[in-house]
Design a protein around this ligand. Sequence first.
Ligand code: GLA
Length: 598
Amino acid sequence: MPALTTTADGFLLRGEPFRIISGALHYFRVHPDQWADRLRKARLMGLNTVETYIPWNLHQPGPAAPLDLDGILDLPRFLRLAAAGGLHVLLRPGPYICAEWDGGGLPAWLTADDGIRPRSTDPRFTAAVDAYLDLLLPPLLPHMAEAGGPVIAVQVENEYGAYGDERAYLEHLEKALRGRGVRELLFTCDQADPRHLAAGALPGVLAAGTFGGGVERALARMREHRAEGPLMCAEFWIGWFDHWGGPHHVRDAADAADDLDRLLSAGASVNIYMFHGGTNFGLTNGANHDHAYAATVTSYDYDAPLTEHGDPGPKYHAFREVIARHAPVPDGPPPEPAAKLAPRDVVLDRWAPLLPGTAPDAASAAAAEALLGPPVAEGDPLPMDRLGSPVGFALYRAELPAAGDGVLRFSGGVGDRAQVFVDGAPAGVLERERAEDALTVRVPRAGAALDVLVENLGGTNYGPRIGDRKGLLGPVSFEGAPLGPWTCRSLPPDAPEASAFVPTGRTTGVGPAFHRGTFEVEAPADAFLALPAWTKGLAWINGFALGRYWRRGPQRTLYVPGPVLRTGANDLVLLELHGSAGLTARLTDTPDLGPEPH
Ligand code: GLA
């Protein structure tokens, strides 16, 4: 019998009445040296449980790759810390997780398979899922409640009713978990809508809801769907996420606390989404593609009770008060904000150009070459998944046969943002977001080099476009004449070695290029990287990928977790795609995620 069981209107944990008061905390969005701190703060707010997804795409980077459980992916360690912090755990292994995460967690190496139907009984999909679960579950079973661990429930799929209605697929997943030794309570989660619930729930499996307001109505719908059983909100949305070029979302703390009170007063169990959102470090953010493509920003602060940098925000205090009305909350003062690094400037006075053809000398050209994947020669450009690295960038080169003004046409469009260079000079940008597929350029001479640098801005994580291809997506023509052959190369997003950089010798930054500067730290502490002079790119500190920056906003600073810094010399590297008005970056003590709406 599982540790957690259901009654006509609630849960029992090992036979005792129990209400789940949980908060979402994705270990893969938090520096592992900060896990214990965040978990302690979860318990102090009054949570008795934390919930996390498991991102398949990170844990299994290739079809034949072993399971990666290192560092920020050391889920068994996270589970041990949760248990030590007095918390139960809800696990959501997907395989699809949505979560504003690259591809909804489905690996690009899988979804790139032509014609595959993700999230279905397509045998290519289920075989890959089964092989993944064969790797994933053995190290997790010792952490199940049955074995004395903290995991009391496991989710099957994620809001499947919003996507499909293939019952046999959900049954396959249920059997896959059970057959591999998961004996804890299983649950599905769906938006509190009768059609979603009908398509996404499974007989004999707890059906939980996802909603953020309209509490009474949502609970009534859950009751219409199941006349008996616990009422459980598997995602109680207390904030929201942001897209590049969109508004910064905030939700009033008193309003969210009021809804939480309604939910708990109705006797429901809850998972607050998010308790602590964390960061889409590196290139892990997802995107939405409803009427248009829109990429999610680097911060996943979510306006959650615990901010992206782990300090209690207004909701922390408001929620703690609400929870205390319904359940015991640990004694003691609420956590204080953590110390921040004193602000300082960093001058990025060394650089390494990215396009081999634009390097100032042979050594820099060779260094730029070394960053690129092996060249693949093709008649038409290949999508990124065929070039070795589906994440990051790809660089395409062809010759322009004729001089003069003309239209470059990208017949399949671009995934997701293409910078065009003619003989090394910037000629324009095309964006999937605006469905752009043509650009007028001036070609100075017959035989000029056309370079197209394409950025994968993040895999769509919701709806039918999951797994959409990246890179150049079809043949390219100039004035109607097809271009080719092409040299296609992937650019896995790593910061180059320090030895690849040479003095910049200018007062402004030219892109696309890496820029590097060093700074001293007396005692590591949290900081925020502000880049007002810079345009768009990626940032690393001491080799740790902080994520994308973009002056388009709304996000203006990148979170620098204290554990990334070290006492003494530290290095900051930017991959700047366009250019900068100066060579200075600033470490500040205040985050800026964008103007709050009035
Ligand atoms: C849904 C998904 C989550 C997340 C939220 C929005 O509920 O299940 O993974 O995408 O929406 O933040």
